[in-house]
Each structure stands twice: as structure tokens, then as C-alpha cells.
Ligand binder design. Structure first.
Ligand code: MIC
Ligand code: SF4
Length: 648
């Protein structure tokens, strides 16, 4: 038996053969699932459509954390639907105010060595506990709840060796910003980052979780830390010490690639607008005036993060022209902050305390003013994500954020001198977190749908001929926030696909949806890494509802590529950038014999540009299962056909 990485060991304990090699399609048995409200309503509508009476996982949790704003009935309808669906189908429910899914899951449910699939790209956070934790589209999560394995391409495992220890005022956020600086937002696609080396033991689980969380920004399938004494201490703190087991790679395991980071060499870093990989040192941008500082999110809202912020704020005052908002990551954290007196320091310094939720991270309130600058401890700073298109978003550690809030400008925290060390409470168990257990008697539970919960749109099997106009031409690194923007108003429509579809590309091209509908659908054309960022399947589902038939791009981000296939949209790879340059908006593209080509396992397809009278080739890199799914018009149709449903 050859030596194995930790990732491989967990894979092999979950149904993957040891003969599988990077690039192969594999099927992973899933122990746990999580959903959040913004992707969850759709995931549970899909789960209902599968006709399975009860979830078949070891643990499934439904969180309400993204849009907790309840401006209007739509959002409240969604929450009630989620609560009743959870009770009926055997899912634990974590309601609004309980905290952000990734942090709460780490605190209350994560188990080293288990697999977790979540309908949110930052599900990778669980890797901080030694889990294989992967973000996916809601439909993949619905299928996992129904007991189906998760299909993915076997990723390459990259070793990230941490050496030494962090200097004062340098944090886990700086480690992951350094990784992003080195590998970029595309560098993790098809890869898993596995952490090792002597620096690992210097990091507590919440710090490791900051790193695995933001690994998602590189496009990585996931990131993972070993399970060691620090993991045991974290689980004991959470009152769950029986969940611990030691996990590590074999000492001579081989990796596809290696990165080494000397922690002692790092300094406080910041990501500049509008990409998380535009990283420089805080020193280089010191003095940049700030309208807002926002502390929180699934990346940096643990007790240690926020208690450190409170210690920095203690006895000081936030700059009068800067708004400081703080959202604790979980109710447990908020309760601990209250008990330790840290909350009082925040309040006295002038901070605004928000609900334990995603909030400003996804544009639910606290949008900065026009042309405003906001420094955030979050993981994404895409243009428009804050709800203000002209705002500039910077990303940093909580320490940098707190010191900068005091000064009203980006400030190197080392200017504060001696580092701050906050004592940890003895136990995290303070009665904070609350969950609703599934009903004992599910037959009595009625799933309540308000008028905002609209049925799932049906998709049709793929036609033999794909034909339509080029609806939009886009550059590299287009995010799912570009495709399907967030914000309170649009998020409230996540269970109403015909309505939300009106906002596809609305920040980039407000006429897009109307044009797509009028021309009976068509094609999206883009550069590299199309669909990076979130797992929101609405970025595929809403274009599908507008009749989009295919996306042609130089390359695709992992989750979005799967979401396109899941909804019957064919991802086509333009092999030659010159072919991309020759396409113009409104050109008419035609592909004949598509189903035969896809079913027949062909890897290329010829496209006619009927407007220009030219031909070019695209490649279709699909495995056998994906071919069947896309031809059926999506995964739901495919599953129902497999179950013998005569309508499919
Ligand atoms: C995000 O950070 O963009 C989100 C909101 O959490 C998304 C999911 C969504 O769009 O609902 C994610 O990262 O998957
Ligand atoms: Fe929520 Fe932001 Fe984390 Fe997404 S990235 S789960 S919106 S806190």
C-alpha cells in the first residue's frame, strides 16, 4: 500500500477506490450536509421533487443566515418553508440569529474524518477540523441528502507546508491572503490544499478555519488540516470531545505540488478592490481613508477574532467619520462576548452590533456610500457585492480592521505596539446556540409555502440542434455575483426563479434578461474561469429559465461548471483565444448533432458562426455521467428517469 495524503485517506474511507487517479470522476459517500437559506429553498424544493421520505445522511442541518432581513413577506415565507421542510424530512434547523452556517457547523456538528457537502462555496471551512468539506450546488446537496454519492473529479493534492510561527499582529487571514497572492483566484481549480508542517500546531481550529474558508477564493475543491491536539482542544471547548480522532497524512505521502510558507516572514496584508487575490502589504496602502469598517463573516467572526477586536477598541473611540459594524459569527460567540465584557468595549467604542448573520458580506444592508471605501474582514470583495457598485472593498484581518476603524484609515496594527492576547473562556458552552430537532412524527408536519415559493422550473431534454444569438461577451474571472447579483432585494427572490431571472447580469448589462427572452434564449460567451465565486445555482438556473442553451468560455470554475450541467446547459470550452476574439455580440451560432455528439462521447463540437459564415471547434470535456445528465436536460430529469418515472 502506497503512502497516502490525509485527503486520500478520507476519500478511501468514503467509497473511493485506491486505484482512482487525479482527473478521474469519483463518487464520494457523504456523511453530513448543510444548506443556507439563499441556496436552501431551492435545494429543498429539489429534495422534495426526488420523492425521498427522510434524509439518508448521518447529519443534515439547514441554516438561516444569509438573508435574515425580513423586509417584506418573501423572506419570512422562505424561513417558514425551511423550518417546516426541515422538521418533516429529518433535518436539524438553525434559525435566523443563530449564526453563520460555516461557523456554527464547525462549533456544533463538524467531525474530523467525516465528509460534508454544503450548498455554499465556503463549506470548505470544515477542513479546519480535518473533514473533507466541499461546496456544491443545491441540487448536488439535495441528492446527497437522498443518499446519492457526490460526483466530482479527483483533484490533485497540493501540500502547503507552514514553517515557524506568526509574528505579533500577523494572523491566519494573512496566511490565506498570502496563498491567494501566490496562486490567484484561478490557482486552486482542480486542487486540494493540504496543510502540514510545524506551523500547523501554532494555529487553533478557528484560525485554521479562516484559512480553509478562504481557500474557496482560489477555486480549490477544498482545503484540509490534520486533526491533532488543537482539534481535540477545540472539540473539548465545544463539549464534543468524543467527536475527536487523530488524523494525519502518511509521513512519506506524495503530493502533486508543494507550497512552503515561513510564517515568521509574513506581515499584515490586505486585498485591494475588486479581487481577493490583489494582495499587498498593509504598509503599502496605509492612510487610505475609510467610510466603513465591517468585521464578521464566516471567515473571521470567531470568539478569538472578536474578543481581540474588543481588546483593541477598549477605552478608545471609532473615528467619527467611519462606521464600524460588527456581526458575530454565532450566537455562542455573541453570548461569550457578553459574558466576558468584550461586547461592552465594542459598544462603548461606538461600534454598531449587527445580528449573527452574513449581513453586509452579501449586501444585506450596510452598503457603503457612493464611491465609498470599506475595509472588511470578509472573503470576497467583488465589485457590487456590497450593494454599492462604485464602492471599493478591501479585505483584511480583524486586527487590521479594528485599528483602522479607530484611525478612519487603513492602518498597520503594529503601530499599536505590544500584541494583544485575549484569554479564552474555559468552555464555549454557554447556552448560546439553539436548534430545532426534526419532528418525531413527520406525517403530521405540513410544509408551509407562501406565495413567494414558486415551483421549480422544468427543463427540457437537450435538442439535437443548438441555435441562438450571442447574448453577451464577457472577459476573464466573471463571478457568480456578476451573473446573478446578491443584495436583500434580489435574494428575497431566490425561491421564485421567473422573478429572479429578470436580474441576470443586471449590474453589467441591464438589458440582458429582456434580450434573452425576446430572442428565445441563446449563448453566453466568456474568457477564463467563468463562474468563479459562490455556489449559487441560480447563476445557472436563472439563465436556463431565460432560455440560455450553452456557455462558451476559455475555462470554467468548478462549482459553476457542475451547476450548468445539473441544469442542462452545455459548458463548451473555446480552445483557441482567436476564436473567442472573432465572436461579436448578436452573432448567430449553430451547433448541429449535439445530442449525438454528447451521447457518443465526442470531445469536440463544431460551431457555425452563421452571421460571419465561419466555423470553429469547442471541446466538451464531460465524463459519461455528465453526458447523460446534460442530454436529459439536467440532473433532476436524469434522477427521475433513473427512478423509473414514466414522465421522463
Ligand atoms: C456567497 O458568499 O457568495 C454566498 C452567498 O454565501 C454564496 C452562496 C449564495 O449565493 O447563496 C456561496 O458562497 O456559495
Ligand atoms: Fe455568508 Fe459571506 Fe460567508 Fe457567503 S461568504 S457564507 S455570504 S458570510
Amino acid at each position: 500500500m502506497s503512502a497516502k495524503t490525509l485527503f486520500e485517506k478520507i476519500l478511501m474511507a468514503h467509497g473511493v477506490s485506491s486505484a482512482a487517479r487525479p482527473g478521474d470522476p469519483i463518487e464520494l459517500v457523504i456523511d453530513q450536509t448543510l444548506t443556507q437559506d439563499a441556496t436552501g429553498t431551492m435545494a429543498y424544493l429539489q429534495f422534495e421533487a426526488l420523492g425521498v421520505p427522510r434524509v439518508r445522511t448521518r447529519c443534515s442541518v439547514s441554516y438561516v443566515d444569509h438573508n435574515t432581513f425580513q423586509a417584506g413577506f418573501q423572506n419570512s415565507d422562505d424561513h417558514r418553508f425551511l423550518r417546516t421542510v426541515a422538521a418533516k424530512y429529518g433535518i436539524t434547523f438553525s434559525g435566523a440569529g443563530n449564526g453563520i452556517c460555516h461557523q456554527v457547523h464547525l462549533e456544533c456538528f463538524g467531525v474530523p474524518g467525516q465528509t460534508l457537502l454544503g450548498s455554499d462555496s465556503h463549506t470548505s471551512t470544515g477542513g479546519g477540523l480535518g473533514m473533507i468539506a466541499i461546496g456544491a450546488g443545491g441540487l448536488d446537496v439535495a441528492l446527497a441528502m437522498a443518499g446519492e454519492p457526490f460526483r466530482l473529479r479527483y483533484p490533485e493534492v497540493v501540500r502547503v507546508r507552514l514553517e515557524g510561527a506568526l509574528s505579533a499582529w500577523v494572523t491566519a487571514k494573512d496566511i490565506v491572503l498570502e496563498i491567494l497572492r501566490r496562486v490567484t483566484v484561478k490557482g486552486g481549480v482542480g486542487r486540494v490544499f493540504e496543510y502540514c508542517g510545524p506551523g500547523v500546531k501554532t494555529l487553533a481550529v478557528p484560525e485554521r478555519a479562516t484559512i480553509t474558508n478562504m481557500g474557496a477564493e482560489s477555486g480549490a475543491t477544498t482545503s484540509i488540516f490534520p486533526s491533532d491536539e488543537a482539534t481535540r482542544a477545540f472539540l473539548a471547548f465545544q463539549g464534543r470531545k468524543e467527536a475527536w480522532r487523530a488524523l494525519a497524512p502518511d509521513p512519506d505521502a506524495e503530493y502533486a505540488d508543494a507550497i512552503t510558507i515561513d510564517l515568521a516572514q509574513l506581515e499584515p496584508l490586505v486585498a485591494l478592490p475588486h479581487m481577493p487575490d490583489r494582495v499587498c502589504s498593509v504598509r503599502e496602502v496605509e492612510g487610505t481613508k475609510l467610510d466603513q469598517v465591517a468585521i464578521g463573516s464566516c471567515t473571521n467572526a470567531s470568539y478569538k477574532d472578536l474578543a481581540t477586536v474588543a481588546a483593541i477598541l477598549k477605552g478608545r473611540s471609532v473615528h467619527p467619520e467611519t462606521s464600524l459594524v460588527i456581526s458575530p459569527g454565532s450566537r455562542q460567540t455573541l453570548a461569550l462576548l457578553a459574558d466576558s465584557g468584550a461586547l461592552r468595549h465594542m459598544i462603548d467604542a461606538g461600534a454598531r452590533i449587527l445580528e449573527c448573520a452574513c449581513g453586509p458580506c452579501i449586501g444585506i444592508g450596510q452598503s457603503p456610500p457612493t464611491d465609498g471605501r470599506s475595509l472588511r474582514t470578509f472573503n470576497r470583495n467583488f465589485k457590487g457585492r456590497s450593494g454599492t457598485l462604485s464602492a471599493e472593498l478591501y479585505l483584511s484581518s480583524p486586527e487590521v480592521a479594528a485599528v483602522s476603524a479607530l484611525k478612519g484609515e487603513i492602518t498597520d496594527p503594529r503601530s499599536l505596539g505590544e500584541p494583544i492576547r485575549v484569554p479564552m473562556p474555559e468552555s464555549g458552552l454557554c447556552g448560546g446556540s439553539r436548534f430545532l430537532k426534526p419532528a418525531e412524527d413527520p406525517a403530521r408536519i405540513e410544509v408551509i409555502r407562501g406565495p413567494n415559493i414558486q415551483p421549480l422550473p422544468e427543463s427540457r431534454p437537450m435538442p439535437e440542434r443548438l441555435e441562438g444569438e450571442v447574448l453577451i461577451i464577457l472577459g476573464d474571472d466573471i463571478t457568480t455575483d456578476d451573473i446573478m447579483p446578491a443584495g436583500a432585494h434580489i435574494l428575497a427572490l431566490r425561491s421564485n426563479v421567473p422573478e429572479i431571472a429578470k436580474y441576470v447580469f443586471s449590474h453589467r448589462d441591464p438589458g440582458f434578461a429582456k434580450r434573452a427572452l425576446e430572442s428565445g434564449g441563446g449563448f453566453i460567451v466568456a474568457g477564463k474561469n467563468y463562474g468563479q465565486g459562490s455556489s449559487r445555482e441560480h447563476a445557472a438556473l436563472a439563465p436556463m429559465a431565460l432560455g440560455v442553451k450553452g456557455v462558451l468560455a476559455l475555462s470554467f470554475a468548478r462549482i459553476h461548471r457542475s451547476n450548468l450541467i445539473n441544469f442542462g446547459i452545455l459548458p463548451m470550452i473555446i480552445e483557441n483565444p482567436k476564436d473567442l476574439a472573432a465572436i461579436e455580440q448578436a452573432d448567430r451560432l449553430v451547433a448541429d448533432g449535439v445530442t449525438a455528439a454528447v451521447k457518443g462521447g465526442r470531445t469536440r463540437l463544431q460551431i457555425l458562426n452563421a452571421t460571419r459564415g465561419t466555423f470553429f471547434d469547442v471541446s466538451i470535456e464531460l465524463d459519461d455521467h455528465e453526458r447523460q445528465v446534460v442530454v436529459s436536460g439536467g440532473r433532476l430529469n436524469h434522477f427521475r428517469r433513473k427512478q423509473g418515472d414514466p414522465a421522463f
